[in-house]
Write a protein that binds this ligand. Structure first.
Ligand SMILES: *Cc1c(COP(=O)(O)O)cnc(C)c1O
Length: 448
């Protein structure tokens, strides 16, 4: 629950257990929930077995697909649909679990928590849906007024449970993040208000995401009889692909072959993989806004493994990066290239991929997924199944999709009528003093 470690670093498990072929064979026919239990319980030793099973079952009951993360086959290319949760983005998979996990842990200690975060779109609604209606948790989410898409705004503000507080600020996403950061830095306020975060650096989020890499791999083994496969991952904060990297260590050696790291025009991570050059560029806006990121918050975790699991060297490197905005890792290229291949995808390629995939397969990709599919096609090997992570439902990014294929994607049930639903949101200046006062007024301090 602590997010950052006390020394400012990120948390990781001491060891990553590798399973053998016998275990893999025994896992083949498990449901998603059963497999989630098997994988997570190897990292969790302080939650009783039946409680963990119950947490997992409740977390995935909110998903519309029986398989939770269904796989759609198109020849050698397989689309792993991660968007069947309540907000239609893959973040639900981790945040539905995290909301229940936090509630469970707070019950044990008779505690309460006020979650504070800033969002540019997707994370905010997934976090809100993760904790809506929970008795011991209030959530405060800042979004930039009129700078998120109308659907994204409605997905957040139409959740009118008593414990949900949407704040639209007059400013940018960066203003929102800066305010959140400054509030967390006020230790006295943070302690008095029991502030917590559920951002992408939370280890439990990564852990929940490891599951679908293994689940989809098992699916390929069962249906296609292949025992090795590649993954393509549309990447922003390096959380999803890091989960893939962990899954690769858990499964028998050689089973997960390549992890294809796909970025949009914000290409810092592709430059890192291809040239060992991890240096900040300007953030540019694209049709895949959830990946418009330069400094990837989970990158530090991979760096730790790259630097021989030496925390001091990791800390030095991260300190140098925050001082200079760059790291030269050319000396590690052999290892980096064993772990990943990468491609940065242009806006033109995104549009081409959406339209060509629709023409060939009658399958509509959202722009984030299209970034992954385009990179996958560049690295596709004959006879090796490629699993492409589909991170959002196309209806969430209808405008970009319509631009590519000439028709809007259909509206799923979760979004039907959303523009007309009653909503609640506070409009405020980008002023941390005012926002602190608002949080103080609405924070939960003990159970009523
Ligand atoms: C968050 C997000 C991503 C990027 O995932 P990371 O874990 O940050 O790399 C990709 N696609 C969508 C739709 C997202 O919401």
């Amino acid at each position: 629950m602590m997010g950052l470690a006390d020394d400012g670093g990120l948390l990781l498990p001491r060891t990553i257990p590798r399973v053998g072929n016998d275990t893999i064979n025994a896992w083949k026919d498990l449901t998603y929930q059963e497999l989630a239990f098997e994988v997570m319980s190897r990292f969790i030793d302080d939650i009783p077995v039946s409680d963990l099973r119950d947490l997992i079952n409740r977390s995935y009951a909110s998903f519309q697909a029986k398989e939770i993360t269904p796989l759609v086959h198109h020849g050698n290319l397989h689309i792993l649909e991660l968007f069947h949760g309540p907000t239609l983005a893959f973040k639900d998979i981790a945040l539905q679990f995290l909301g229940n996990l936090f509630e469970y842990l707070l019950e044990k200690t008779d505690g309460v928590m006020n979650i504070l975060g800033a969002t540019s779109g997707d994370t905010g609604s997934a976090a809100i849906y993760g904790v809506r209606g929970k008795k011991r948790i209030n959530i405060f989410i800042l979004h930039p007024h009129k700078r998120v898409s109308p659907i994204q705004e409605k997905q957040m503000t139409t959740v009118t449970d008593d414990n949900v507080f949407n704040i639209a600020i007059r400013g940018t996403f960066d203003d929102g993040q800066a305010i959140v950061k400054s509030i967390f830095n006020d230790i006295e306020f943070k302690t008095a208000q029991n502030l917590g975060a559920i951002n992408s650096i939370n280890w439990a989020r990564v852990l929940a995401q490891v599951v679908y890499f293994i689940y989809s791999g098992l699916h390929i083994m069962r249906d296609e009889k292949d025992r090795a496969f590649d993954f393509a991952i549309p990447t922003g904060n390096f959380g999803d692909i890091f989960a893939g990297y962990i899954a690769k260590q858990i499964m028998p050696e050689g089973m997960i072959r390549s992890l294809v790291l796909a970025t949009n025009s914000n290409d810092i991570l592709a430059r890192f993989v291809n040239n060992g050059d991890y240096s900040l560029g300007e953030v540019v806006g694209t049709s895949s806004p959830s990946m418009d990121i330069q400094a990837a918050s989970n990158f530090e975790r991979y760096l730790f493994y790259l630097l021989d699991k030496e925390p001091e060297r990791t800390k030095e490197a991260m300190t140098e990066f925050s001082r200079t905005g760059r790291l030269d890792l050319k000396g590690y290229q052999d290892q980096i290239r064993r772990d990943f291949v990468a491609k940065s995808v242009t806006e033109e390629e995104v549009m081409q991929t959406i339209s060509a995939f629709y023409a060939a397969h009658d399958h509509i990709l959202d722009p984030h997924t299209a970034v992954g599919v385009c990179a996958a096609q560049a690295h596709l090997k004959k006879n090796v199944p490629m699993i492409c992570l589909a991170t959002a439902h196309p209806a969430k990014f209808g405008e970009a999709v319509e631009k590519a294929i000439g028709i809007p994607p259909g509206t799923p049930e979760a979004l039907a009528g959303i523009m007309d639903k009653p909503s609640r949101c506070e409009l405020m200046d980008a002023d941390s003093k005012q926002i602190k006062a608002y949080i103080k007024r609405h924070a939960i301090h003990k159970l009523p």
